[in-house]
Structures are given as C-alpha cells and as structure tokens.
Design a protein around this ligand. Sequence first.
Ligand code: FMN
Length: 433
Amino acid sequence: MGRPHFHLAWFLSRGYSPKGWRQDWSGDTAETWMSPDLFVDLARGMERACFDYMILEDSSHVPYKYQGSHDTYLKYAAATPKMDPAVLVPYLAQATKHVGLVPTLSTTEYQPYMLARLVNTLDHATQGRVGWNMVTGSSDHGAQNYGMDAQYPHDERYDRADEFAEIVTQLWESWDPDAVVLDRDTPMFADGKKVHPIHYQGKYYKCRGPLNAPRSPQVRPVLCQAGGSPRGQAFAGRWADTIIASADTVEQMKAFRMGVRERAMAAGRDPDGIKVLFLAYPIVDTSMEAARDRRARERQEHIDHLDMHLALMSTTGGIDFSQFDLDEPLPALTTNGHQSTVARYQGKTTRQLALANAIKSGIDFTGTVDHVASVMEETMQEVGGDGFLLFNGEFTRRYIMEITDGLVPELKRRGLTRTGYSHKHFRDNLMEF
Ligand SMILES: Cc1cc2nc3c(=O)[nH]c(=O)nc-3n(C[C@H](O)[C@H](O)[C@H](O)COP(=O)(O)O)c2cc1C
C-alpha cells in the first residue's frame, strides 16, 4: 500500500461544553457533560481510527451580542457554558497513546510566559502529544473579562500575537538540549551555563525568562492556526504547522491551500511543513435515504430555531444580526471580529446566512460510508491535500462511532488515511506525509 493521501483531525466545536443535549441518542450527557467521559470516548474512538489530532475550541465569556442579551445563548447552551479545555487535555492523554491534543489558548487572555509554561508542562505530561491553537480572540465581551474595555483593533491583535509567539517559542528553547545533567556527585541537576534568560523586549510585551522547566519532548509543540484575513494568513504563514480552514467549494479549498503554500515559500518555509485541514461535517447512515433524511431533519430543526444561529453568527461576526430584516440583503459590513467570515456576508440575507451557518453548507458529505468516502477521496485528489477537520458541534456517542468505526475504516481500506502511528510524537506523525 502506498502512502496515505490525507490527514484527519477533529474540531471539538464549541469546546468543553454540553453536546447534543436536546438530541435523541445523547444518553445522559445533558447532565454529565462536565465529566470528561464523553470526550474520552471521542478521543479513544479517534485513536482507533488513527486521527492525527483533536482541536479543543474555546472562548471565555458568556456572550450578549445578540439583542444585547445573554438569554438566547443560555437558552440553547450556544457558545456557553464552556469549561477550560486545558483541564481536559490530561484526561484525554491518559486514555490514549498517540492522538495529538490541541487546546485553544488565546493570546489576549493569557500572558506569554503563562502560556509557554502551561503548554510545556502539557507536552512533558503527555510525552510529546500536544499543540497550541493560537487564537487572538475577537470578542469585546471576552476582553471585558480580562480587564479591557474592548478588543484590540484587528490587525494589532496579530502584531501582538507575533510578539507573543516569539516569546513563547524562545522560552520553550531557553534550556539547551543537554542542560539537564543529573550528576548526583558534583552535584549538578542542571548546568547553569545551558539555561538562558531570553530578555525579550518588544513593543507590547517584555519577558526575562528562562522558562522554569526543561525542554519538552517536542520542544516546540504543534502550532495550529485559523487565519482567514490577509493579516491572519500572514501570521499563519509565519508560525503555523497546521491551519484549520473553512471553504465552501473544491475551488476555494484549492485556492486557499495554494495561497498558504505560496506564502510559506515566500517566508522561506517548506510548504509541506504546513498541513491545511478543511472543515467537513459528514452524516453517514446505512442507506442514502436514511442519511439524507437525517440531514433534512437537522435542517428543519435549524429553521425552527433560527435565533440560535443568528446569536452564534453575532458573536463570531461581532455584529448584532437581530438589527437586520431576515429577508433583506445585507449591506457591506465592517467588523473588528472575524473579518474573513463577515467579508462573505454582503448581499446575502441573514436568514440565508443563519441557515448556511447552521447546516454548515459546502461540500455535501451525506450518504452511505462508501459514498462519503468517495466524495472525500475525490475532493482531496482535486485539492491536492492535506486533509479534513471533521466537526459536529452537537455530537452524540452514536455519531462518534459512525465516524470512527464506520466512515474512517472505509477510508483506511482505500489506503487514503493512516492505519497506524509511526512515531511517538504528534509533530512527527503530522509531518510524516
Ligand atoms: C475552524 C476554525 C476554528 C476556530 N477556533 C477558534 C477558537 O477556538 N477560539 C477563537 O477565539 N477563535 C477561533 N477561530 C477564529 C480564528 O482564530 C480567527 O480569529 C478568525 O478566523 C478570524 O480571523 P480573521 O479576522 O483573520 O479572518 C476559529 C476559526 C476557524 C475557521
């Protein structure tokens, strides 16, 4: 069998939060989601299916963008409540051996030293299996929980994040590889000449260093980014090992990936060193009709609860979408939130957008295992690589099994995805092909 063609990862959309609490098949998770069990089952399933990694989404506030109130968010458990993903990571690591774990940690909410220390500790504790989803945060409401009145301006957030990432990566390397001596007689635990302050002084941050712990197994845990705007893409081109991306068509996917690869080359990087993974939301069932019926039922559920999706769009867009007529085309909008997302809204109605947001429009991955595997195969052949980021914000244990024990075994049989892990560390597995 040849080399696998693409990577698989799982986007834990809406993070460490209630999952599918209004759905059939969700068991008792509405009451028990605070325990790691459901997420442990997901991680174990992912490892059976040989996924590369799980990203744990996060935000750190109770939103109130929609209608100036938190009521709609709380009514649906939409974007809140949400617990700290960094706490979940050790539980997932204990239950697995290979799968990579990538908590989202925001550069406007953490201090660089604190984040460097947390991720270094997690990398030691998991023996080289963590990454960092390097988001800047975009919500004013999040910023207001951390002593600010509003978020920094969009591009400045990325300027700050560049400095932030410089400090973090320097701290991770502030102990030389041979700094730990462990000579009991001298005695010398670590050699002072091989541990270096970083004395970083930037425009936004300063940090003395060194980190108060040795290099971790991966030294530089896997850096993950979702960069859509030109400034976001420049940031990703500089730092990211893997980019999580959303695109509606094969052409958009192809163009986005080519753009990333060109920017990587312009920055003197090997384009194969950045794995671009595209969001995909498959629904598989035993027949095409059964899968289509489930997709249609989901669509109807979203139509019945459009306010939930308008509220979610309002937080990501940084705009209160309740102010617009549902069926009038939107004017050109500016935002300090997710610019690349809002740039695509002009001329569409909020009803169309809320529904598209809800049904995760784009390539249709609905059908039997055989059908969906074929669509994935054809899509990746056309795009050129690097893989898919599966997601479903409202999953149940049934859904986990349909993907990890239904769909992915077929991808493996076709030689499309990995059938085992060759390396100990997450980074080495990710860079293997
Ligand atoms: C797949 C995906 C996952 C994301 N996950 C998070 C997240 O967990 N937390 C967060 O604050 N932002 C998240 N974002 C937002 C991005 O980090 C970024 O802020 C957003 O795409 C806006 O960037 P832009 O203004 O450069 O387009 C995510 C974006 C995408 C596409």
